[in-house]
Design a protein around this ligand. Structure first.
Ligand SMILES: [Mg+2]
Length: 452
């Protein structure tokens, strides 16, 4: 059996762990520079505020205290993600992180009952240790596990854990009421094409002739149909569609702790990821870098860190991604560990075309080719390095507007959570911190003044 553990409204849930007052309230997390909504709590969804709503349109609601909008705090989300993965690693024979908040666990040799029991235990344990709500989908294949997770989330009857067999009445009934577009790897356009041929539900796809699917559509879709029947035929590598995240990772031939070697491997992964990103015409908002030691070497010290770096604006520019990768690696690399694997994950993807059409986001991307050509020309005439991109050396953090970011409770000593019995004491500490933040803000503002 394969399990998919997926956190509910992950970004919002991370925020609620440290700000319980947000529980039960409509909460949204905004993209970099507080541009638009990229994560919503169930309560915010209930207000019919769609994903991608520009933050300025919600300013009135926010000021009246009807909704809460927070700047994205990727450092916190990345750290919570690493903790979630570690909890699963401790409890399961094998795990494979699929995105920042979704992880597959492989439960070979477990009976259905054992799987369900473990699913419930994991759910409890994650809630107790991390305060995060998750749902668990269990099934014989990746595609079915993903659907099982979807049912676990949608239907309260499952209490967060849904096991789906390859065969049986329950599976049939559930697949029959699932639109084919909800199946993993079937995007909107593909769903429209399938509908023309009378394939409307997940069940229709499962019952379709595999050879015909391969001929008319693709090998991937034929495999998806097989997976819906309970026949595993997708490797993790093939799980990239539809791509809401892009991951490129590789295991090293030789384990290494040397920064330059790990960096080189990551650079390759980053370039490949950026290519995939441009291929599918998306832009990424954040980049996650992760490292793994060899967990089978019990004699060696283990370390599975990750770092998430927010990009100044959504980008598909290899240089921007490479820069984020270097920053991330510098945060997490420790030479005393022997790393076995390194990877790059591009997160919170947005459609490049849509992004460019938006008035809010001027199409800076279009200007890149001109900008590049001009810079190259000046540098050729005036000498190398006459014009450099500030981004490559400066930390990107100061360029980001994040007026409503919560503290990075789990990764910064000076932002640890404050607890006190006397309400006045906590308020005083908060006021002091606010003052500090204000100071920092003024000094960075000074830093961004154009230098004549
Ligand atoms: Mg999730």
């Amino acid at each position: 059996m394969i399990g998919l553990v997926d956190a509910n409204n992950f970004y919002v849930s991370c925020e609620r762990v440290f700000q319980p007052k947000l529980e039960g309230r409509p909460v949204g997390v905004m993209s970099n520079n507080d541009g638009c909504v990229i994560a919503r709590s169930a309560e915010l969804k209930a207000l019919d505020i769609p994903m991608g709503t520009p933050a300025f349109k919600l300013e009135g609601l926010r000021q009246r205290g009807e909704i809460h909008l927070l700047s994205s705090n990727y450092e916190l989300y990345g750290d919570m993600s690493a903790r979630l993965a570690q909890l699963l690693r401790d409890a399961c024979p094998e795990i494979a992180p699929y995105s920042i908040d979704e992880m597959f666990v492989y439960l070979d040799g477990f009976t259905n009952d054992q799987c369900e029991a473990l699913g419930r235990k994991l759910r409890q344990r994650i809630h107790r240790h991390l305060g995060l709500p998750v749902c668990v989908g269990l099934a014989p294949t990746h595609t079915l596990a993903k659907l099982a997770n979807h049912f676990a989330k949608q239907d309260p009857h499952y209490q967060g854990v849904c096991l789906l067999n390859g065969q049986g009445h329950t599976t049939e009934a559930l697949l029959k009421r699932t639109p084919v577009g909800s199946v993993w790897g079937v995007g909107r356009r593909l769903a429209e094409r399938l509908a023309i041929g009378g394939v409307n539900t997940a069940w229709d796809l499962r019952e379709s002739d595999e050879k015909l699917l391969r001929k008319r559509f693709s090998v991937v879709l034929a495999r998806t149909a097989l997976e819906l029947r309970g026949t595993p035929c997708m490797e993790m590598n093939a799980l990239d569609q539809p791509r809401q995240r892009i991951m490129t990772s590789r295991s090293f031939g030789q384990p290494t702790g040397i920064f330059a070697e790990v960096h080189n491997a990551l650079r390759r992964n980053a370039q490949r990821s950026a290519e995939k990103l441009r291929e599918q015409q998306s832009l990424a908002r954040a980049v996650m870098v992760f490292l793994n030691t060899n967990r089978h070497r019990r004699d060696q010290k283990q370390y599975f860190p990750n770092a998430v770096i927010a990009l100044p604006s959504p980008s598909d520019d290899t240089r921007v991604i490479l820069d984020a990768v270097r920053q991330g690696l510098e945060q997490i690399h420790r030479p005393r560990y022997q790393f076995m694997k390194a990877g790059v994950m591009l997160l919170d993807l947005v459609d490049a075309e849509q992004h460019q059409l938006s008035l809010l986001n001027p199409p800076t991307r279009d200007r890149h080719p001109f900008l590049m050509a001009t810079v190259d020309q000046i540098n050729q005439q005036m000498g190398q390095g006459t014009i450099r991109f500030g981004m490559t050396d400066a930390p990107a953090a100061w360029q980001l507007r994040c007026a409503h970011r919560s503290d990075r409770y789990t990764t910064r000593w000076d932002e640890l959570m404050k607890v006190g019995t006397h309400p006045g004491a906590v308020a005083a500490a908060e006021a002091k911190q606010q003052q500090k933040k204000q100071q920092a803000l003024t000094s960075t503002k000074r830093g961004t003044q154009p230098r004549a």
